[in-house]
Design a binder for this molecule. Structure first.
Ligand code: GLN
Length: 495
């Protein structure tokens, strides 16, 4: 590997790797080997991966190198670039556990749409990343395989549920990673680990082959070094898919062209600051840092406006009814009959299902199934599930109204910096409160991105930017302008 290539390893952007590969300064095998070595060295400490697919990664890296040596043009910008996938994304012939004992030995017979699109674009899969069981949690502590750790302070959580993906990118174990966001699981760990995390509009990216948690909220999104790379990955994965009836037939723009044309200016962009995003429980350092970031947006030309989203105080309650309700239905399939774990012994079908579910689901998943089943049961449906859906409509309306006045909304991604491992595991309500600023976007179906904007006591803080349905370009433009003017996203932990 040449000296220039060595200089930026391991924190290289997709476009840096692309240039080096195309120029022949490095081979994909070189880069892949170096990431795999780094993973061997750091994984005992960080535990970002559930499965490392080293042989497979090297094979696809060599495949790129052979094509490159033969003078073939790359298949895409991602060709030969090492990455990872959250372990709820179905990968053919590669174990997909969802952080659950239910699927400890599950090897899917097909690729989900997002893995398939990335792999056919030539991206090199380093492995599957750790997450809270079935993506339920905010810290990865609900993974059956144990927690991942925050690369900035290994005594702290990386956030969740896509904590392994965020930790992998923050620790320089791969160039990018894919996670999923049902109530904040891309944006919150991105904030806590100091990387860029994008949740696209509901319907922007196919969910086919994403193991369902709450089907009306789930979206797949990238963790990257910066907003420009997020635009690149989104271009590769977005767009309608006949295998997901909720994916929308909305044209996919060239996000990177929008960023190039914007030239880092925010002239004419109306930025809304919701009054409800600065409430109780927000750490003062987080509040100050995010406010400073918003002032930076004004210096870049943005016009700031105060706005109000009056139903925000009800978002968390509505989310924690709707998400468990959908989960209780989606998780009914883990009965040990069709696939996954089955309790041993010669049991009749009812006892077998009971024993299977009792052993193989962790406590948080059981809690969600109980909450969700209760909220959906006859007699309680109107009081809980139906009411929550009505609140959801009001929340979505708040956003529609706000976006009549402004182009994007900004605020903190999380109320605090990364918390200590173990500090919230015994208090589910405390854990749920971490999602207070992220769940409204899922309820409204709008896109959001979290970008690094500073530190408190050496721990990263995230700025959240929310946009109109299908206006990923609008939020990425703001994120890119901010990153052109600042270098918070270029700070990396000492490992
Ligand atoms: N922390 C939230 C929850 O536990 C969100 C999870 C997610 O987005 N997958 O439900």
């Amino acid at each position: 590997m040449s000296d220039t290539a060595l200089a930026s390893f391991p924190y290289q952007t997709i476009r840096e790797v692309r240039e080096m590969l195309d120029a022949g300064a490095v081979t994909s095998e070189d880069i892949t080997t170096r990431y795999l070595d780094r993973m061997s060295a750091l994984e005992p400490e960080i535990a970002a991966f559930t499965t490392v697919s080293g042989d497979r990664a090297l094979q696809s890296a060599r495949d790129f190198d052979t094509r490159h040596a033969a003078g073939e043009a790359p298949k895409s910008t991602l060709d030969g670039v090492p990455m990872s996938l959250k372990d709820v994304l179905i990968t053919k012939d590669l174990r997909t556990t969802c952080g659950s004992r239910q699927l400890e030995a599950f090897v899917p017979p097909f690729d989900g749409t997002v893995p398939a699109r990335l792999l056919s674009a030539g991206a090199v899969l380093l492995g599957k990343t750790n997450c809270d069981e079935f993506a339920m949690g905010s810290s990865t502590e609900n993974s059956a395989w144990g927690p991942s750790r925050n690369p900035w302070d290994t005594a702290r959580v990386p956030g969740g549920s896509s904590g392994g993906s965020a930790a992998a990118v923050a620790a320089g174990m791969g160039v990018f990673s894919l996670g999923t966001d049902t109530g904040g699981s891309v944006r919150q760990p991105a904030s806590l680990c100091g990387v860029t995390g994008l949740k696209p509009t509901y319907g922007r990216v196919s969910r086919f082959g994403l193991v369902a948690f709450a089907s009306s909220l789930d979206q797949i999104g990238p963790f990257t070094m910066d907003a420009y790379d997020a635009a690149l990955v989104l271009e590769a994965i977005a767009g309608i898919d006949p295998l997901d009836s909720t994916s929308q037939p909305v044209a996919v723009p060239s996000y990177t062209d929008v960023l190039k044309q914007s030239g880092g200016s925010l002239e004419g962009v109306r930025v809304g600051i919701p009054a409800e995003f600065w409430g109780e429980g927000l750490q003062p350092e987080v509040s100050e840092t995010v406010r400073a970031a918003i002032h930076q947006l004004r210096r870049l030309g943005a016009e700031l406006r105060e706005v109000t989203l009056p139903h925000t105080p009800y978002a968390l309650a509505a989310y924690y009814i709707i998400a468990p309700a959908e989960a209780s239905s989606n998780l009914a399939r883990y009965d040990g009959m069709k696939y996954g774990y089955r309790a041993p012994g010669n049991l009749n079908s009812i006892d077998s299902m009971l024993a299977t579910r009792d052993f193989a689901f962790g406590p948080e998943v059981k809690r969600r199934i109980m909450l969700g089943t209760y909220a959906l049961s006859a007699g309680y449906y109107d009081a809980y599930y139906k009411k929550a859906q009505q609140v959801r409509t009001l929340i979505a309306r708040d956003y529609t109204q706000a976006f009549e006045e402004v182009d994007v909304l900004v605020g903190p991604t999380c109320p605090s910096v990364a918390f200590a491992l173990g500090s919230k595991v015994d208090d589910p309500l405390e854990m749920y409160l971490n999602d207070v600023y992220t769940v409204p976007a899922n309820l409204a179906g709008i896109p959001g991105v979290s970008i690094p904007c500073g530190f408190a006591s050496g721990l990263p803080i995230g700025l959240q930017i929310l946009g109109k349905h299908f206006d990923e370009a609008g939020i990425l433009k703001v994120a890119h302008a901010y990153q052109t003017a600042t270098d918070w996203h270029k700070q990396h932990p000492a490992l």
